[in-house]
Design a protein around this ligand. Structure first.
Ligand code: ADP
Ligand code: ZN
Length: 723
């Protein structure tokens, strides 16, 4: 046995290091180990030395011994290759990617039980306001002291005090309880002939045990979920694991329920809202192979599945699959790579596939399975534009008379309506009528957004909040502040003014912040306790409400400003998705799109239902501009708390720019959010032809440069936000 092991430690600042393997230590590539680093012990993974070169090799006699080899299945070769690929492609430290695979530190230890806490219902003799707040917020919850303290927004001490007072009790939780096995024969649906044909193709791909990216392109309500469930059933039958990625954790709860209806039990869930004990249990079941089906947010992509047979990316066009901090990866693209390395199909399901994905189909790299019609004879909704230049809302209002009349009819018939506006809060901007002062975030280039429900102004970028001021901070005038423009809360007020008896619900990340809240919303919709939903992009995807027949798009022009290369595509997708919520049951749906530009190509494509020619025109425009998927971009973002330092560093990087055939460098210029969380941001943008190894160019460019300690330089390959 090789007495030496190369180990990638969980420390992004370090390269791989070598250790001595003691006799009897069962070490192979992928083994999860504990190794000494200075006075500490760090977890890491043993790697093939040639795949992970080290520039700090030391002689055999100076090697420190490995401390411990965990009794866990080694990370498989496909996952090791994925980690290498992700690190190289997105220009991130391999250890930062590895951290996403070893995402539960406590899971590495052997089986044991943990003590969690929950309320007993007893009221403590001394009920301070903090204690009352804690008891109210954690009612029905369970978790570690720290988790409960966070949920209740109090200190650990308050929770411990409540334990002493008998209002909270410890519970022993066994974390290695087995998960139930989904049963592929539990309740299979009767598929339509088109659905059955599509399902058969997907199942065949699973049975072929080979890499195969497949676009499942089906209109909203066509039954994409039912169809890919048959591929999941095939994977379960063949004894392999499945991963389903969803774009929002708010969607997991309804998905779990639907999955349980089909397969008899819930799948294993993975998202940021899990308690530590749940993460640990899920991680171990995934690594052992016991977790047959895992559903999760993008971070589930790097978990160490023992034998992956299928990956599904649902709503694959969603921009939220792009991670915007840490490792800047795109989960849709990394999912396809994982399928390549694992040798399994990857299904990208969408009613509005991204141009990048369509292009892969056109090139013959991805297969395509289509579902052109809604299930069960339901028809697609009719879409009409409301021309705001003629059909004008009243002063200080945002809903045009036509839309108000349609709402009236819908509510009158006992049906449900949805108003879509992608703006949280009450008003996006507050200004002083007297001096014109606009309330801006002190840390970011952004307006403070008024939230009336929580009575404060908030920055949507850094989270800075302040109480709504009574007087202008600039001129001191009282009662002079005016809200400008609408957010969903303001639209809800307008609905209430028109229809005092209507029951409304605001659906945003502020109100649906946990899977449980999302489930509650779904239940209230199903029970018809809501007449009008006012929501942001959170309501545009996934939901199925049969009694929802009217969708109003409050401001279709909103997404078109901003100069993002994907602006038109994203508007189209967003409006098509929200329109897809209408008329999914027996009753036909109607969509009204408010716009100042009814003739814009996006609006025309939506009204005519001619998505193909819209996509064709957009694709052509991208080809001409050599924009993705034909060319590629990479951003270099330089940030510092000191403006001069950020500018000087960005200029120095700009001066060192190589001249490379097929690549152009723009900037530096202030990034679109020139200040974010107190840091000044400058951006250089590299525009390259597709075939160029742009990562190699950037690596060679930045490697010889040194930067001041306080400056951060981050590379964003295939940027989405242009922020
Ligand atoms: P999509 O994801 O394409 O928008 P869904 O999979 O959500 O569509 O299906 C829309 C609705 O139609 C869901 O309520 C689903 O249960 C139902 N449905 C689709 N196909 C069938 C089927 N073959 N049998 C019964 N119900 C179906
Ligand atoms: Zn801010």
């Amino acid at each position: 046995m090789n007495p030496r092991a190369r180990v990638l430690l969980l420390n992004a600042a370090l390269g791989p290091l070598d250790y001595r393997v003691e006799p009897g230590q069962p070490v192979e590539p992928g083994s999860i180990v504990l190794a000494p680093l200075g006075p500490r012990l760090l977890a890491g993974v043993v790697w093939e030395p040639d795949a992970m070169p080290s520039d700090a090799e030391v002689g055999d006699n100076r090697l420190r011994p490995l401390n411990h080899v965990y009794d866990l299945p080694p990370l498989g070769a496909p996952l090791r290759r994925l980690i290498e690929w992700t690190a190289a492609y997105y220009m991130a430290p391999p250890a930062a990617v590895l951290r996403m695979a070893l995402a539960s530190a406590s899971a590495l230890d052997g089986a044991r039980s943990v003590v969690e806490y929950r309320t007993t219902g007893a009221v403590p003799p001394r009920l301070t306001p903090q204690r009352a707040q804690a008891l109210e917020r954690i009612a029905g919850r369970q978790g570690l002291v720290r988790e409960l303290a966070t949920a209740a927004d109090v200190s650990d001490g308050v929770i411990r005090g409540l334990v002493k007072a008998g209002a909270i009790e410890p519970v022993e939780v066994r974390i290695d309880d087995a998960f139930p096995s989904p049963d592929p024969a539990h309740a299979p649906p009767a598929l339509s002939p088109e659905q059955a044909a599509a399902a058969a193709r997907l199942a065949a791909a699973v049975e072929a045990h080979a890499a195969a990216p497949i676009l499942l392109d089906g209109v909203t309500g066509s039954g994409k979920t039912e169809v890919y469930f048959e591929a999941v059933a095939a994977a379960i039958r063949s004894g392999r694991q499945t991963l389903v990625l969803l774009p929002e954790i708010a969607l997991t709860e309804p998905f779990l329920k639907r999955f349980a209806d089909r397969f008899g039990c819930a799948p294993v869930a993975w998202h940021s809202d899990l308690r530590q004990s749940q993460r640990r249990r899920a991680w171990r079941a995934i690594a052992s192979g016991e977790a047959r089906v895992t559903v999760g947010a993008r971070s589930a992509l790097f978990l160490p599945y023992r034998d992956l047979g299928l990956v599904v990316v649902d709503e694959a066009h969603e921009a939220s699959f792009k991670q915007e901090d840490g490792v800047h990866y795109h989960a849709r693209d990394v999912a396809v790579m994982r399928g390549q390395f694992e040798g399994c199909p990857v299904i990208l399901a969408s009613a509005t596939p991204a141009i990048e994905t369509r292009q892969q189909v056109a090139l013959g790299r991805y297969a395509e399975v289509k579902l052109p019609a809604r299930f069960g004879g339901a028809t697609l909704p009719t879409i009409d534009a409301v021309d705001l230049t003629r059909d004008r809302p009243d002063r200080g209002r945002w809903l045009a008379p036509t839309l108000v009349a349609a709402l009236d009819e819908t509510i009158g018939r006992g049906e449900q309506a949805l108003l879509f506006l992608n703006r949280r809060g009450y008003a996006p901007l507050t200004l002083c009528r007297h001096c014109g002062h606009r309330f801006k975030c002190p840390n970011c280039t952004a307006w403070m957004v008024e939230h009336r429900l929580t009575a404060r102004l908030a920055c949507h970028h850094c989270g800075h909040v302040m109480p709504p001021p009574r007087a202008c901070v600039e001129c001191g005038e009282e009662g002079s502040l005016v809200p400008c423009g609408p957010g969903v809360e303001r639209i809800a007020d307008e609905v209430a003014a028109h229809f005092p008896d209507a029951r409304t619900a605001i659906v945003t990340s502020d109100t649906l912040w946990s899977p449980a809240k999302a489930a509650e919303f779904v239940n209230r919709m199903d029970a018809r306790e809501i007449d009008v939903v006012i929501g942001t992009q959170l309501v545009t995807k996934g939901y199925h409400f049969p009694n929802l027949t009217l969708v109003g798009v409050v401001d279709a022009d909103l997404g078109l400003s901003g100069g993002d290369l994907r602006a038109a595509e994203r508007s189209f997708q967003q409006i098509a998705q929200v329109a897809g919520r209408a008329g999914r049951g027996a009753k036909p749906g109607r969509v009204l799109v408010q716009t100042h530009e009814p003739d814009a190509p996006v609006i025309q494509a939506l009204i005519s239902g001619d998505a193909e020619s819209f996509y064709a025109a957009e694709t052509e425009a991208r080809r001409e501009a050599n924009a993705p998927p034909f060319g590629r971009f990479a951003g270099i973002i330089v940030s510092s708390e000191d403006l001069d330092e950020a500018v000087a560093t960005a200029r120095a990087i700009g001066r060192a720019a190589p001249s490379v055939e097929g690549a152009e460098v723009y900037g530096p210029a202030p990034a679109p959010l020139a200040q974010l969380r107190g840091r000044h941001r400058q951006r250089l943008l590299v525009h390259a032809r597709r075939a160029l190894d742009v990562q190699a160019v950037i690596r060679a460019w930045l490697a010889p440069l040194t930067f001041p300690k306080s400056v951060r330089v981050a590379v964003d390959v295939d940027p989405y936000n242009f922020l």
